[in-house]
Design a binder for this molecule. Structure first.
Ligand code: ZN
Length: 253
């Protein structure tokens, strides 16, 4: 068993992790072999997104990103009590997205992780950018499950994210992003509808992830109109996940 402890471990990992945040695919070099069956479920404009000239704007920082937030990361390392005891999340992200997310009944996306053990990593720095996601540490190969019902819209292999999954919520208003996967669940396909709690992949260290710190990088963003899987306004996943149901144990595959 690895000797990581959720709170301290998470804090250390986030210091160690360089840049595991979602990256707009346009900034990713598509391998010349073009072996990704990428565009099967996408609209024409999505095809354009993987060409260099279409610069999907990276998620715009919400207005309150600069709001009253003095201490970025220190509380995680110093607080002896679980973060859920804090009265409020420091930055909820896009307000409308946060509202929508609060209405979803989610499941923690990693099997065996208690909601109370999660920490708010949303505002931590990753180089010049903010993290805008949560990192959930777990042993390599731990099953990753869908946090919500919805559709798998994109399976994408990116330089920072490694093996990633983009899933929409059932209303097509929110996207859930799972990164650094070791592998996908057998048979997972773009366009497939999944159920909350369904295994979609396994925790790994693909992409720009510290090989010694397997974790799921999980982000949420509010989609635009029409929804495009590669762009949206970031929403802090922590408030919803800290109230989510634990993922059910699943049989090993
Ligand atoms: Zn991360």
């Amino acid at each position: 068993m690895m000797a990581w402890r959720p709170l301290l471990g998470a804090a250390l990992a986030c210091i160690a992790l360089q840049a595991c945040e979602r990256q707009a695919p346009s900034t990713v070099v598509i391998p010349p072999r073009a072996s990704l069956p990428d565009d099967t479920v996408l609209r024409p404009d999505a095809t354009a997104s993987v060409t260099p000239q279409a610069q999907p704007a990276p998620a715009v920082q919400s207005p309150q990103a600069a709001a009253p937030v003095p201490a970025p990361a220190a509380p995680v390392a110093t607080a002896p009590a679980p973060q859920r005891d804090l009265p409020a999340v420091r930055n909820a992200g896009d307000p409308r997205g946060a509202e929508l997310l609060a209405q979803r009944a989610l499941e923690v996306p990693v099997v065996g992780i208690a909601p109370a053990s999660l920490s708010d990593h949303y505002e931590q720095s990753r180089g010049k950018r903010k993290h805008e996601a949560i990192d959930i540490l777990a042993p390599m190969g731990t099953p990753v499950v869908a946090v919500d019902d919805g559709r798998i819209v994109k399976l994408f292999n990116s330089k920072p994210g490694g093996l990633t999954v983009y899933q929409y919520d059932p209303n097509g208003q929110l996207a859930y992003y799972y990164a650094h996967l070791q592998r996908y669940a057998d048979g997972l396909k773009e366009g497939a509808d999944v159920k909350r709690g369904q295994v979609i992949g396994y925790v790994g260290v693909t992409g720009n992830s510290d090989p010694g710190t397997p974790h799921l990088h999980f982000a949420v963003f509010k989609l635009g109109t029409p929804p495009r899987w590669w762009e949206g306004d970031p929403v802090n996943p922590y408030p919803a996940l800290s109230r989510a149901a634990p993922a059910q144990q699943v049989a090993a595959r």
